[in-house]
Design a protein around this ligand. Structure first.
Ligand SMILES: [Zn+2]
Ligand SMILES: [Zn+2]
Length: 425
């Protein structure tokens, strides 16, 4: 058996892992590199030729979740390679690509993306899929993308657990350790753990739970009447945080039609199981809707926004009616995107944020803290190796609070272990 980390050993995003034996070859994720501050993506794999080459002989591709750094290159994949994504994740990705299709000059590309997405196989938690002699079983994880999975991959009597991106401090994280304990480990020992390490290079960041964040959001929203929230439009748990905080204040929750469609998908899926994800009263904003604008200026409101010209116009159409002292933008994304001197600065975000009279930063990571990573490593206790990916400093894995035997099993370079050929690029 072979494990090939095409990308991810020393970078966040652009994840591509291959697992193969003499009969079958599968990929876990086919992600695009994250853009730099100017929004430019530098990615040698981002072409039809490169993807045709890397997917040659590949039997299937399994995506852990819908973030671009895991799913981003799917549209280049030839039709003879079956691709799989969570069933709700697929709906979200389709909704997003339909939205992108309205951008001028993108019609053809969007049509191709939508056609490829529609053909994708759908994953459900706990439901195994056999590809040749490899079995893949998805298990639900909490992440800043809903319907995200870790995969248990079985081949030639060996077991690999690939975590994808996950965290231990979300509303939906309670099942993380019990899932490993009650469903994965009873099937037999895991030989290799391939796991994310995003937070290892961001260890100074305080990890607040999504619950704590909701309380803090409530405090800010009580101080300000007019609240704009800039967060990921597909991060269900974060959207629920602000939705819940706003609900207590009985103010209208407004957003655009795209965001409303995404919230409807979440209501119809996760909302069936938990009231927290039941986004039932959401208003589609339109500056010409006098009645809604009147209601918003009277009662105050919470509006989900994105850093686009449309939302700039929306804000400006409302601004004259709003008291600047009572108006705030809650910035709920990674702080580095709006750090003036950082290497991850996104100018578009900075420009957007600077329009508002008051800005409050309130965020918690979609990724596992060092403590959570250690808990997962200790519990899984793999027999042969731990391969850290999705990390700028994979070597930092050795600083985790895990025992020396496990530390000795951390793999960041190419090597053969008990007949398993591991290649890292
Ligand atoms: Zn990622
Ligand atoms: Zn992600």
């Amino acid at each position: 058996m072979k494990i090939t980390i095409h990308r991810g050993i020393n970078q966040i995003g652009g994840c591509i892992t291959e697992i193969s034996n003499s009969e079958t070859r599968i990929l876990i994720d086919l992600g695009q590199n994250l853009p730099d501050g100017e929004g430019v993506v530098k990615d040698d794999f981002a072409s039809r030729e490169a993807i045709e080459k890397i997917t040659q002989g590949i039997d299937a591709i399994f995506y852990t979740h819908y973030h671009g750094d895991h799913l981003g290159l799917f549209h280049y994949v030839p039709d003879n390679v079956q691709q799989y994504l969570g069933n709700v994740a697929k709906r979200v990705a389709l909704c997003k690509h339909r939205q992108l299709s309205y951008i001028k000059g993108r019609e053809e590309l969007s049509a191709e993306e939508i056609a490829k997405l529609k053909k994708m196989g759908e994953l459900s938690p706990g439901q195994s899929i056999n590809i040749g002699d490899i079995t893949i079983t998805p298990y639900f994880v909490s992440h800043s993308a809903y319907d995200a999975y870790m995969f248990l991959i079985e081949a030639e009597g060996k077991k690999i657990l690939h975590t994808g991106d996950f965290r231990g401090h979300g509303y939906l994280s309670k099942g993380l350790l019990p899932t490993i304990e009650k469903f994965i480990l009873p099937q037999g020992k895991v030989d290799f753990l391939i796991t994310e390490g995003t937070m290892l290079s961001r260890r100074g960041e305080k990890v607040m739970t999504e619950n704590e964040l909701q309380k803090e959001a409530g405090r800010i929203m009580t101080r300000y009447k007019n609240v704009f929230v800039m967060c990921s439009s597909t991060d269900m748990e974060r959207l629920a945080t602000f939705y819940a905080a706003n609900k207590h204040l009985k103010r209208p929750l407004v957003c655009d039609r795209f965001q409303k469609s995404i919230l409807e998908i979440f209501t119809e899926s996760a909302g069936i199981r938990s009231q927290l994800f039941h986004f039932d009263k959401v208003y589609d904003f339109n500056p010409t809707n006098g009645k809604l604008v009147e209601w918003m200026s009277d009662k105050g409101f919470c509006m989900f926004v994105r850093a686009t010209d449309k939302f700039k116009d929306y804000y400006q159409s409302l601004a004259t009616r709003l008291d600047p002292n009572e108006t705030v933008l809650i910035y709920s994304m990674w702080k580095e995107y709006v750090n003036y001197d950082g290497k991850h600065t996104v100018q578009r975000y900075l420009d957007f944020v600077s329009m508002f009279p008051n800005v409050e930063k309130l965020h918690t990571s979609g990724h596992a803290s060092a403590e959570c990573l250690a808990n997962v490593c200790n519990l899984v206790n793999p027999t042969l190796g731990i391969i850290p990916i999705h990390s700028e400093q994979s070597d930092n894995y050795r600083k985790l609070n895990i025992n020396d035997t496990l530390k000795g099993k951390i793999i960041t370079t190419s090597q053969d272990i008990e007949g398993v050929e591991i290649t890292t690029f």
